[in-house]
Write a protein that binds this ligand. Structure first.
Ligand SMILES: Cc1ncc(COP(=O)(O)O)c(C=O)c1O
Length: 369
């Protein structure tokens, strides 16, 4: 059976051009911090990659800080509030990724109050509720650009305006946005990214740190990345990341439409065959890459495992403990029932998926159900 990979929100395969490019880049062994010519050559390529990435995002090269992944970026930005040396609160949305939530919980132990803005059944953070949480003691607001679970696009520009009016720094985890939706960093102070989510390699990412924003580094050492992230840069990974963005941004609108067509035909076919499935955030602004489906029967673990046996790869919307399927806590908070919260499966599409995979995927889903 042909393998069908619909788990692109977890990670994406390399674009073939990126793979070829990276294989060649692996020959570059120079350390960008060395003062000799080999180091200088490496440094020039590193800075070129920084300039290219900055130009796609319409920001300054000096505002791009290379690191290992978004988990590192999120830890760096959230922990930064500890250096402000004052008590206060941070505001996050209730559906943030674990790499934001787990750090926020650690900050609570250090005396920082954690405030969570609610998200409606439509998968969108409630702006009015969020607004009431921000006050003069707010040290940081952190809301993701696109939900990794539901694909819903969060109103980050409205949130950044609220923050700006109150003089509060704003961070967005933009992992599921870059290369997948049209988005801009206007009004954002900090943003975090992982390359493997946009058809580039794992173990490399970057932060956007707006000029003038305070950031204490998480890692100290050689002072690379303007002192904001010590450690020798992963040059082949960074070059491959810049290459992937270059290829995606060359035809961004076309690439977005391609994935949107796949997602739309998948959802139409699924709804035609199983009319009582629910798609979370169906009528909200959504990333074309993610379809969060609540099935009318079964549970997410059994469905995902059954599909995996049939060579269709997707992701369970719920965790498991001692063999029990635990309802997805984000869905519960959004107002879905306990049952529904055990039945969500996430299908996520990427640039290497083909139209022919859609009907085959739906056939396999019907068999498993
Ligand atoms: C929204 C979001 N933030 C952060 C991360 C963490 O990315 P990484 O594991 O590459 O650090 C992910 C990965 O799934 C994600 O989807």
């Amino acid at each position: 059976m042909k393998r069908i990979y619909l788990d692109n929100a977890a990670t994406t395969p390399l674009l073939p051009e990126v793979k070829d490019f990276m294989c060649r880049a692996l020959e570059l062994y120079g350390n960008p911090s060395s003062s000799h010519r080999i180091g200088e050559e490496a440094r020039e390529l590193l800075e070129l990659a920084r300039e290219n990435i900055a130009s796609f995002l319409n920001v300054l090269p000096s505002e791009i800080v290379f690191n290992s992944c978004a988990t590192e970026g999120n830890n760096t930005v959230l922990r930064n509030v500890l250096y402000l040396k004052r008590r206060g609160n941070i505001v996050i949305s209730s559906i943030e990724h674990k790499s934001v939530k787990a750090v926020a919980r650690e900050l609570e132990k250090e005396g920082i109050e954690l405030r969570e803005a609610i998200v409606g059944t439509d998968g969108i953070v409630e702006l009015e509720a969020l607004q009431t949480l921000i006050d003069e003691d707010t040290l940081l607001v952190s809301v993701m650009s696109v939900s990794n679970e539901f694909g819903t696009i969060q109103p980050i520009h409205e949130i950044s305006k609220l923050c700006m009016e109150r003089g509060v720094p704003f961070h967005t985890d933009a992992v599921q946005a870059l290369g997948k939706v049209n988005f801009s960093l206007q009004g954002v102070n900090y943003a975090t990214f992982s390359a493997h989510k946009f058809h580039a390699p794992k173990g490399v990412g970057f932060m956007f740190v707006r000029e003038g924003s305070v950031l204490k580094p998480l890692l100290l050492g050689g002072g690379q990345e303007g002192g904001l992230r010590s450690g020798t840069q992963n040059l082949p990974g960074i070059l491959a990341m810049a290459k992937a963005l270059e290829l995606i941004y060359e035809n961004l609108d076309e690439n977005i439409s391609k994935v949107e067509k796949l997602r739309d035909s998948f959802e139409s076919l699924l709804l035609e065959k199983i009319p009582d499935v629910k798609i979370v955030g169906k009528y909200s602004r959504r990333s074309p890459s993610i379809s969060a489906v609540i099935f009318p029967r079964g549970n997410s673990r059994d469905i995902v495992n059954g599909l995996s046996e049939r060579d269709l790869f997707c992701s369970s919307g719920s965790a498991c403990s001692s063999g029990e399927v635990i309802p997805n806590e984000h869905l519960i908070k959004m107002g879905f029932s306990q049952e529904e919260a055990t039945r969500m499966v996430r299908f996520s599409f990427g640039l290497l998926n083909g139209e022919e995979e859609v009907s085959e995927a739906v056939d396999r889903i019907l068999k498993v159900l």
